[in-house]
Design a protein around this ligand. Sequence first.
Ligand code: MSP
Length: 704
Amino acid sequence: MKTFYITTPIYYANSVPHLGHLYTMVVADTVARYKRQQGIETYFLTGTDEHGINIERAAERAGRTPKEQADYVVGYYKKMTAAFGLDTAHGGYDIFMRTTEPFHYEGVTEFWRRLARTKTPKGNDAIYKGHYEGWFCAACAAYKTEDEYAKPARPELPPTCLIHETPLDRVSEESYFFRLSDYDEDLLKLYESRPNFVQPESRLNEVKSFVAGGLQDLSISRLKSSVKWGVPVPDDPSHTMYVWFDALTNYITAIGFGNAERDKVAGFKKYWPGTHLVGKDILRFHAVYWPAFLMAADVEQPRNVIAHGMWVDATGRKMSKTLGNTIELDVLERFFPTDTVRYFCLREMVFGQDGRFGYEALIDRTNSDLASGLGNLSSRTLTMIGRYCDGVVPSGKIAEDRLLLAKRTGVDTDETTIAGFIEHARTQFLQHFENFAFSRALEVAWSIVARIDKMISDAKPWDLAKDPNQQQTLNAVLYRSAEALRWLSVMLYPVMPEAAQEIYTQLGFSESVGNVNPRELSWGGLPENTRIGEVKPLFPRIDKAKTLAAISASRSGTHATEADAVPEAATSSQTTPAPPMERATEADAVPGLASFIDIDDFAKVDLRVGEVISAERLPKSDKLLLMKIDIGEAEPRQVLAGIAEYYEPEKLIGRKVVVVANLKPRKLRGHESQGMVVAASIGEQGRPVIATFTEDVPNGARLK
Ligand code: MSP
């Protein structure tokens, strides 16, 4: 029997998940359902990555042990996966993998031992002991080279991670290394021989050029005195395994590598090699390090590594807790049906590219594609079958002697036209699904919705119903419409399991639509005389203004408590409200406010574009900078700002900033401050990040 194994990355157990994390699970769940529907025995893994310094620190901040911290986060994951129908009980994942499981310790220990016994293709020991010297980002759990960090504002400060914008740790200690540099040729051969190994192709090219540029050996352990929370290195407990070494191995330990009990439950031979779904930000780990480890361990390579893009905010920055711009899952869960969120994720993001997530866009799509589109097609079809055919699916056949009559109404008497269209659409839909092109697949499915809608509008069944001679024409239109709905429900099941089942049940079927193979659909499979079920609305319209206001009012509370409870990464908790997302409305732009202000209230604040002319530290103050800022007036303004710990004065000169120009002047340390520079406030310490422009703007321009 054919088998299929799909994995999501395992998520860091330091903080609660957001939309970015949910997304990979939704994609994996969709693919798993798609495979199962075709009778392929499928194993779907998701879970948590629970070791490492980042979790150790998050736990410390929350006053928990690392295991308690992981348990807390896992509790939240389980709650959310259940709420979004992604858990086992809802037909979702088969294992929620945790790297703290004893079977994983056993498996990863065995994996390390195998590598430690191995010679590289160039005849060297695959693992050796050395000394590591360099910068490490706890949030990425990765060492950073010079082009991967930002130089500090002052020489005594550490550099910061370009992704997380948080300070790096200096590491200078004994370490075990994996001799990655000896695997470049074999890796390049792998990419050449298997062009689909990494998808999409553009990502494969990135990986190839990274490897072709030369590989450095990889530090794969930390001294236990620096990082306690992790798997001990076999035969040398003074070292803890590097968290990525431990984490990547989960993909095989979960199905039984290195543990006979686990092997019985899942089956390593049965399911490996698997398909890894990952965000493009962690592709290198999956497409370079992991394959090299597997080569060294003499384990078969994954089937493929599929990289998706990032959900970004309106300014194009990756959605992340550290940046404070996340879409929280409990907000999504409270305000939107699960299938709506699933549909939006798959329809809106062109797979492989970055996508923008906004509540307004989500509501618009729900209302147009789902409520007015699919939902309306379903309810009008079934309601008409109820009204004109006593709730029984009519025959789709038009008898010879009625053909002429039917033709006069403009209805196509040859049902193979519509059948051919839908069959072709199904083929395309499946093809796109095979290529992970979900957005295109859904476009194709909606071309069926549009076609059937048009058929109904053109045929006007409500008029046909008035003429008893046109009963067969009316029946044919309704049959075609109902049959198209059946096809749609089968095709859309992996994306919207609940709604698809609902349509299928309303059509009168009692079985699970998840067991119907879309490849085996054939036109006419909807039996005549089927009694349809109770007709219920599938996707109620969402009141945009009300919902946006309610989200806005609810956001500050949930955001603060969630983030406070489990602060992420080095910057700790985020109480800063998320910035507005793309297509944000006014309601979105003021998250956290239970009541709105008038546009007139906003207009009272005179915000101007300014240019920093000079900037210097204020003597005897660590925090204050004194700046002269040109805001298009006769004289530049003198403004004091508490940013000296974070910005070098010289680097600010010439920078465009936003100034609150009508703030009452006040004296600070004997100097008058005639305005305020606008900045985001990040993390518990309120690290300021000055607002600026990416386009050229004249000094003095007003912000409205
Ligand atoms: N623990 C590692 C993975 C180890 S796998 C052996 C890790 N964890 S993570 O929690 O930081 O990220 C997990 C996944 O979530 C990654 O695939 C990442 O790309 C994804 N996302 C996190 N933020 C995201 C967005 N804003 N958008 C889309 N996916 C994002 O990395």
